[in-house]
Write a protein that binds this ligand. Structure first.
Ligand code: NAD
Length: 479
């Protein structure tokens, strides 16, 4: 029997009309059935969050600490089960699913701690006898809209700081990954959140998400997803003069210089481009390689790609799971064809694979002799597809790396301190890696990008407070 999961509105599980969620490793496997909220339920969730805000925002830090810590502990204790569910609904490997679940627990633990570390400033005024206090207050009702590719970590890194800083939440997860979203809400609900503080509205983005954007009672929106939807979030938020934060796509460069340690460079490329089936906003989709190491690098990378085990996400041997769904699979294939049409060479992979069960399996693809002008080098593909771009030297590599509308992460593989230092300073990305994959970040430090990848304050770590609080400056004349 498949589970039927409802939405959480004002502390009650509600909803009936359900949509089925399919396992991308085995399309005959129904993960569960999920309630689908409409405009009316979105409105009820927003109203509940608004009503719950005054009490929750004035609750002491200990009340918030208790809930977040309890949730962190339960997520960690259930990491194998939740990680398995994640792998089953999204197609990440078991190890990646469990790793992401552990990450979610660590994030809740971190923000439980943040509730006790809140601080303000007291400074003298320029006017004698006057004191100035600078404090941070909760923003209000926060709308949280998340993508499918990190089904538990992204909701965690938005919901945890929102609650820690005293906001109430209406959470709309991506349609493809409702089980992980439901689980995290169920855990927080049982951890003792008062009714209305956290509301779950699963359903269509164009319906439920749009209803959140259109509501004047949503005081801030934190969004992660595609550039197209991000622009809608921005436009609707400006209309209501609300705070908004956008984390969107990437076309992240990994530069490999002649002096790189070849094994390190190949590890970085393999991991950054293809792990999590390349479905990471931080994936290395452009491998920018100087002439002297180019052929050795491509040969060594192909050799490693040949050994990758591609299969059912729930099989412990699998290193690369399926693509998330049929639409994304077609997009990946279309971009490979576009790259070849534009003159790149398909040096490895790119074909669909048959496995024991029907699923969306694609052999990771490597396009070589690509140029940075090709559509396949400029637009986000969001699959296990990487392009190798040949350059003459470091200066050209840096110029090509920065020649993109995006600016999320970047990386360089080199043994030169001079080039590593110069790259860190001059790369136009929000996160820069030296001798590390462009994907894979810590949870206690800021996360975010520049240019077309991001807008607004950083997420994660202490920097998250910038978005989830508003600053107040109070003056007192004491005589
Ligand atoms: P998407 O934009 O299609 O959907 C994201 C969310 O927006 C979903 O919950 C969706 O239902 C909702 N939505 C859709 N239409 C809406 C509307 N009109 N109003 C309000 N909400 C609406 O993105 P996706 O396909 O789920 O995710 C993939 C994208 O996310 C990629 O571009 C990837 O790079 C990006 N991403 C970015 C980061 C980052 O931190 N920069 C992290 C992960 C993923």
């Amino acid at each position: 029997m498949t589970a039927f999961r409802k939405n959480l509105i004002d502390g009650e599980w509600v909803g009936d009309a359900g949509s089925r969620n399919i396992n991308p490793s085995d399309t005959g496997d129904v993960v569960g059935e999920y309630a689908s909220a409409g405009v009316e339920q979105a409105g009820q969730a927003i109203a509940a969050a608004k009503a719950a805000f005054p009490a929750w925002s004035r609750s002491g830090p200990l009340a918030r600490h208790a809930v977040l810590k309890k949730a962190a502990d339960e997520i960690m204790a259930r990491k194998d089960e939740l990680g398995r569910n994640l792998a089953r609904e999204e197609g990440k490997t078991l190890a990646e699913g469990i790793g992401e679940t552990i990450r979610a627990a660590q994030i809740f633990d971190f923000f439980a701690g943040e509730t006790l570390r809140l601080s303000g400033e007291v400074v003298p005024s320029v006017r004698p006898g006057v004191g100035v206090e600078i404090t941070r207050e909760a923003v209000g009702v926060v709308g949280i809209i998340t993508p499918w590719n990190f089904p538990i970590a992204i909701p965690a890194w938005k919901i945890a700081p929102a609650l820690a800083h005293g906001n109430t939440v209406v959470f709309k997860p991506a349609e493809l990954v409702p089980e992980s979203a439901w689980s995290i809400v169920d855990i927080l609900h049982r951890a003792g959140l008062p009714k209305g503080v956290l509301n779950l509205v699963m359903g269509k983005g164009s319906v439920v998400g749009q209803a959140m954007l259109d509501s004047p009672d949503v005081n801030a929106v934190s969004f992660t997803g595609s550039v197209g939807t991000g622009k809608r979030v921005a436009a609707a938020s400006v209309e209501h003069m609300r705070k908004f934060q956008l984390e969107m796509g990437g076309k992240n460069p990994l530069v490999v210089l002649d002096d790189a340690d070849l094994a390190v460079a190949v590890d970085c490329a393999l991991n950054g481009a293809f792990f999590s089936t390349g479905q990471r906003c931080t994936a290395s989709s452009r491998l920018i390689v100087t002439n002297g190491i180019h052929d050795r690098f491509v040969d060594a990378l192909k050799e490693r790609m040949e050994k990758l085990v591609i299969g059912d996400a729930l099989d412990a041997q699998t290193q690369i799971g399926p693509v998330v769904d049929a639409t994304q699979l077609k997009q990946d294939e279309d971009y490979i064809a576009i790259g070849v049409r534009e003159g790149a060479t398909l040096a490895f992979g790119g074909e669909r694979l048959d496995r024991k069960t029907p699923g969306f399996y694609l052999k990771p693809a490597l396009l070589t002799e690509a140029t940075n002008a090709m559509r396949s080098s400029r637009e986000e593909i969001f699959g296990p597809v990487a392009s190798v771009i040949r350059v003459q030297d470091y200066d050209e590599a840096l110029a090509v790396a920065n020649d993109t509308p995006f600016g999320l992460t970047s990386g360089i593989c080199t043994t030169s301190l001079k080039h590593a230092t110069h790259f860190k300073r001059n790369s136009e990305a929000g996160m820069v890696m030296v001798n590390l994959p462009t994907a894979g970040v810590d949870f206690h430090v800021p996360f975010g990008g520049r240019k077309g990848s991001s807008f607004g304050p950083r997420e994660q770590g202490r920097y998250a407070m910038e978005f989830y609080t508003t600053v107040k400056t109070a003056y007192t004349f004491a005589g």
